[in-house]
Design a protein around this ligand. Structure first.
Ligand code: NAP
Length: 297
């Protein structure tokens, strides 16, 4: 029996673990992939208060070490079910806790184009920081208009020969600062009001078709396509214990309660206004503190 089981070792889950451990609670964290979550994809974080700049990887590793140094236990197992009595089932075993914190984040949205999944690692990537180095002096495209796409395009412009930034509108969600820096680059070409509609290549990506708002199709030869069109949550397996909105995010109160007593949600998996590192760690600290307070009542 653990005091608190946390599902997900991203910034929200690891922060919840840190707060619970410092309150002398027994904690078990489950992670299906790698610790760090989405922040691993940020090559440089410059908006975390008090830390002027740090890579996403270094931030995640520091936090992971901090949790381990406090005696945190992290198991790399995939959670498949959480029940109302706080039984947590994974692909390997069944565990029991007094409280459960869901911090499953969200995963990269796909374009759902034919061949997309087959070409992952052969020209298609969802992580410029991870794969950018394979494209030294090559031609790449980035698809998306949020901070991830802008950051990826900037990062790649220092590695690749040419970067196309393809976005479906002519306004960007991403910050003006990134946009200004991108416009100053002479190897970045903006392809706006356009969508990637077809991928060519079997063994590796060779080119893409891009359709503009008038449905004119242009074929662009690229060695790599970095897809950065946002994230989607993965909370379907919890719908017996939480309410989900139409996009699959979990409903919760300000103190991150779900509809089930003893089950809390932290980070990008929640319905919230701003999904950032700052709000993820904020949720994690609130989730652990709320769980502890209620456990001790
Ligand atoms: P995002 O802000 O949700 O942006 C997704 C982008 O993809 C939007 O421009 C959207 O277009 C476009 N898009 C969505 N679905 C599409 C589709 N099917 N086909 C084509 N385009 C599509 O996602 P994000 O950039 O991954 O950022 C997620 C969160 O993390 C944000 O809050 C962001 O600020 C934060 N973040 C912060 C940093 C940092 O602070 N260093 C770095 C990265 C990310 P529309 O605009 O037309 O909807």
């Amino acid at each position: 029996m653990y005091d608190i089981i946390i599902v997900g070792a991203g910034p929200a889950g690891l922060t919840a673990a840190l707060y619970a451990l410092r309150a002398n609670k027994t904690v078990l964290v489950f992670e299906a992939k790698a610790y760090g979550g989405q922040i691993l994809n940020a090559n440089l974080v410059e908006n975390y208060p008090g830390i002027p700049n740090i890579s996403g990887f270094d931030y995640a590793t520091n936090l992971y070490k901090q949790v381990k140094d406090h005696g945190g236990q992290i198991k790399f197992e995939t959670v498949t079910n959480v029940s109302e009595d706080k039984t947590v089932t994974t692909n390997k075993d069944t565990y029991q806790a007094k409280a459960v914190i869901l911090a499953t984040g969200a995963e990269n949205r796909k374009l759902n184009l034919e061949g997309e999944s087959d070409l992952v690692g052969k020209g298609i990537s969802y992580c410029a920081t991870c794969d950018g180095n394979f494209y030294k002096n090559k031609t790449v495209a980035v698809n998306g208009g949020g901070n991830t796409a802008l950051e990826d395009a900037l990062y790649l412009s220092n590695i690749a020969k040419k970067v196309y930034l393809i976005h479906r509108r002519d306004n960007f969600r991403g910050e003006g600062k990134y946009l200004k820096d991108l416009k100053a680059k002479n190897n970045v070409e903006f392809v706006l009001k356009s969508n990637v509609v077809k991928l060519y290549g079997k063994e590796k990506l060779e080119s893409i078709d891009v359709s503009d708002s008038e449905e004119n199709i242009t074929n662009i030869k690229v060695d790599g396509l970095f897809i950065a069109v946002g994230q989607e949550p993965k909370n379907e397996m919890f719908k017996n214990v939480v309410d989900l909105n139409e996009y699959g995010y979990i409903e919760s109160s300000d103190d991150v309660h779900t509809k089930t007593k003893g089950i809390y949600v932290a980070g990008d998996a929640r319905i919230k206004f701003l999904r950032q590192l700052t709000t993820a760690v904020s949720d994690g600290s609130i989730a652990a503190t709320t769980a502890i307070k209620e456990m001790e009542k």
